[in-house]
Design a protein around this ligand. Structure first.
Ligand code: COA
Length: 461
């Protein structure tokens, strides 16, 4: 009997029991790091280390084979050398394990012999109904289920972005950078060679995963492009999918063939296909983070019309230029809005869009201006820019941030910020981002993210 892939993936992300086959008590080994990470991240289910020579590892009773485990195993994590994986998979199939992560390298990514071995392992898995992620992968994370089954260090912080990466090391770097930038993840999957479970399966699972608001993918090549596009076209109607497709250049495409063994395919075809499936293509890790964060925190913009509120003219002009470059507009404000602004703001302020509150703008001036322009029917979202006012207004960048936090709900539209500067704005940025206001260090990056936000809703129509 074949279990639906969604159910298999669910028991891999939320396993009640995990067997780590190749678990080791020797620091420095991958089987040690895997077990230690699962324990340290606070996994609450049962952990069964499997090692054919040890009776106890890291304080847990160890078993010689997975069949010796006294209960059903939901997730097997396999970290034994390639030649041993076939036998281990036979054991997993015999034990009726629901799903397996094959960490081990040395399969189709290394050539024909490896491919044959991969096919053999997969055949055993299929017969035993064991769904497989990998081989040649780094592990998975499910922050909501307190599961960190990686052999690398970064501790993902909980959040709403699911990230699936075809490169383990890239995933490692992105998780680590995410922690530094306070960007949280719902799930992370190092997808490896995709012998069985591929991008399409994960898209289908993540489509219905309540913890995930945005799906981010690092793609080198697709196996079944037609199915991927069919699934993506459906998923992007409700959840944004953001992609980095590596191998845009000839040199990059060549590097992919030797990395994963996948044919990179023509970049122009990928580009057209992504557009058709309403997938956002980004060209750098920075852009991937920016877009995923903006969409996860504030969702889509109903249209392209942006109000800019700033305490300095220069960045307001830069933001206006960027809006035009990115297909957004900075429209004139409604007369009612202008009248309100003129009534309450000091005469030195500019009440036209961009609204310049000048250097001594305090939290109340910011709040009033954002709320007023935010309620304007000509406006779909507000970009708030701040250059450090702290010499005039003590802790101004932080107190103004606090004032902004409730405003997206008040105006019913997204707000994005650009707190510009160095250490003096750090606390304010923390306040903004902990409260899901996406902040960017420059107006240009903020505008670019808003351009993607405006496409999300319009592409769904
Ligand atoms: N059943 C139970 N235990 C087994 C076993 C089996 N079939 N085969 C091996 N073991 C035990 C070993 O005795 C060893 O235990 P010990 O540490 O107590 O001595 C442990 O499991 C690991 O086996 P070992 O032979 O020492 O392998 P290793 O740890 O050197 O390497 C891999 C195993 C999987 C890490 C390695 O083959 C590999 O593929 N590394 C690359 C991984 C990678 O980069 N993946 C892609 C990331 S993107």
């Amino acid at each position: 009997m074949n279990f639906p892939i969604i159910d298999s993936l669910h028991s891999m992300f939320y396993p009640r029991t995990i067997a780590i086959i190749g678990a080791s008590s020797k620091p420095g080994k991958i089987g040690y790091a895997l077990l230690k990470n699962v324990i340290d991240y606070g996994y609450e289910g049962k952990i069964y280390p499997i090692n054919h020579e040890s009776d106890e590892i890291l304080g847990l009773k160890a078993y010689r084979r997975v069949q010796d485990v006294p209960e059903k195993v939901d997730l097997a994590i396999i970290s034994v050398p390639a030649q041993g994986v076939r036998g281990v998979m036979e054991d997993c199939a015999d034990k009726r394990v629901s799903g397996a992560l094959i960490i081990t390298s040395g399969f189709s990514e290394v050539g024909e012999e490896g491919r044959e071995l991969e096919d053999q392992v997969l055949e055993i898995a299929r017969k035993g109904n064991v769904r497989v992620i990998g081989p040649n992968m780094m592990g998975i994370v499910n922050t909501a289920g307190k599961l960190n089954a990686l052999f690398v260090l970064p501790k993902a912080i909980p959040g709403e972005i699911a990230f699936v990466s075809q490169s383990g090391a890239m995933g490692n770097a992105i998780l680590s950078l995410g922690s530094k930038l306070r960007i949280g993840f719902s799930k992370f999957v190092s997808i490896g060679n995709m012998a069985d479970i591929d991008f399409s399966d994960l898209l289908e699972y993540l489509e219905n995963d309540d913890a995930t608001k945005v799906i981010a993918l690092y793609v080198e090549g697709l196996r079944n492009a037609r199915r991927f596009l069919r699934v993506a076209e459906r998923v992007t109607r409700t959840k944004p999918v953001v992609v980095i497709k590596a191998g845009r250049s000839k040199a990059g495409a060549k590097a992919i063939t030797s990395h994963t063994g996948y044919l990179a395919g023509s970049d122009r075809i990928y580009d057209a296909a992504f557009r058709q499936a309403r997938i956002f293509r980004t060209n750098s890790i920075e852009e991937l983070f920016d877009v995923a964060k903006a969409l996860a925190y504030q969702g889509g913009l109903a249209g392209p019309r942006i109000a800019i509120v700033t305490n300095s003219g220069g960045p307001g002009i830069m933001a206006s230029d960027a809006c035009e470059d990115q297909g957004l507009t900075v429209p004139e404000l409604d007369q009612v809005t202008l009248n309100r602004l003129m009534e309450r703001l000091p005469p030195i302020c500019s009440t036209k869009n961009p609204v310049d509150l000048v250097a001594n703008a305090d939290p109340e001036r910011y709040r009033f201006a954002i709320e007023t322009v935010g309620r304007d029917p000509q406006i779909d979202g507000v970009l708030v820019i701040l250059t450090p006012p702290d010499a005039i207004i003590p802790r101004g960048s932080t107190t103004i941030a606090h004032e902004i936090v409730p405003l997206p709900r008040v105006i019913g539209k997204p707000i994005v910020t650009a707190w510009m500067g160095g250490v003096e704005v750090e606390e304010g940025i923390r306040v903004l981002e902990e409260n899901r206001i996406p902040n960017f260090p420059t107006p240009e990056r903020a505008v670019k993210a808003m351009a993607f936000m405006s496409q999300f809703l319009s592409r769904r129509k």
